[in-house]
Design a protein around this ligand. Structure first.
Ligand code: PEP
Ligand code: MN
Length: 263
């Protein structure tokens, strides 16, 4: 079902007024984690003013250490709802398992399945039964075929609205957090009709590299971007080193718009 042979035309996923795929570009921006109402509403207002079409924020966080901040859970979902009410921007947030899926499905506009869960087949099956579109991130060392097969689970379950996301894979190099594999963008375009966006923030782990990688992603034909933005990255509870200050995100948006106009 994910194959272009089966479905030649590009899939366009519609999330409120925001469309992704078939020439429609979406830019999703916001903090790694929801931390407070002030943070979410403030960030949402700013990223919208710079042209973001959707908001991001993790309420349930998959952290490497069990002692690290684990996210605000249901309270975080409520703050995302408030930020949507304040700005009109739809939001994406991650479902880490089937347990909290119902609550997330009720409030989120787009549900993320994170890299660590790309092959969580129970979660993929639940996402296949969802009424909401799914953002499926590529696993840390998933091949292209494994990535598309995970999308296939969601499609086979009856949910046609899947957006893929390249977020960097693990290689031998440790200078960056991961290695952004831009080659999957044209490859996915050949093999599948599903939209694919790029997450340069998690790919490189360094805020200074986010804008150049975002430009490259749009130049190779990505359908959009997901970018981490924090009003005070030094104080962020998660992923501050890769988070852009709102003004830097504004700079990225104007640079990216020039690339989009040129391709
Ligand atoms: C995230 O988007 O917050 C996240 C945890 O990303 P990934 O699953 O790509 O690591
Ligand atoms: Mn993050």
């Amino acid at each position: 079902l994910a194959s272009r042979t089966f479905h030649p035309a590009d899939t366009v996923v519609e999330i409120g007024d925001c469309k992704i795929g078939g020439g429609n570009i979406a830019v999703i921006a916001g903090p790694c984690s929801v931390e407070s109402e002030e943070q979410m509403v403030h960030t949402a207002t700013l990223v919208k003013s710079y042209g973001a079409t959707m908001l991001r924020g993790g309420a349930y966080k998959p952290r490497t250490s069990p002692y690290a901040f684990q996210g605000m859970g249901e309270d975080g979902l409520q703050l995302l709802v408030k930020a949507r009410e304040a700005t009109g921007l739809p939001f994406v947030t991650e479902a880490m398992g089937v347990e909290a899926f119902d609550a997330i499905e009720e409030s989120a506009d787009l549900i993320q399945i994170g890299a660590r869960n790309m092959q969580n087949y129970d979660l993929l099956k639940r996402a296949g039964k969802s009424t909401k579109p799914i953002l499926l991130k590529r696993g840390l060392s998933a091949t292209l075929e494994e990535f598309l097969m995970s999308a296939e689970y969601i499609l086979a379950g009856g949910n046609p609205n899947v957006i893929l996301c390249e977020r960097g894979i693990r290689t031998f190099d440790t200078y960056t957090r991961n290695t952004l594999d831009l080659s999957v963008i044209p490859a996915i375009k050949e093999l599948s009709h599903l939209p694919i966006i790029v997450d340069p923030s998690h790919a490189c782990g360094k805020w200074s590299m986010v804008e150049p990688l975002a430009k490259a992603a749009m130049a190779v034909g990505a359908d959009g971007l997901i970018i981490e933005v924090h009003h005070n990255p030094e104080k962020a509870l998660c992923d501050g080193a890769q988070s852009l200050k709102p003004e830097k995100f504004g700079h990225l948006m104007s640079a990216v718009q020039k690339i989009i106009a040129a391709v």
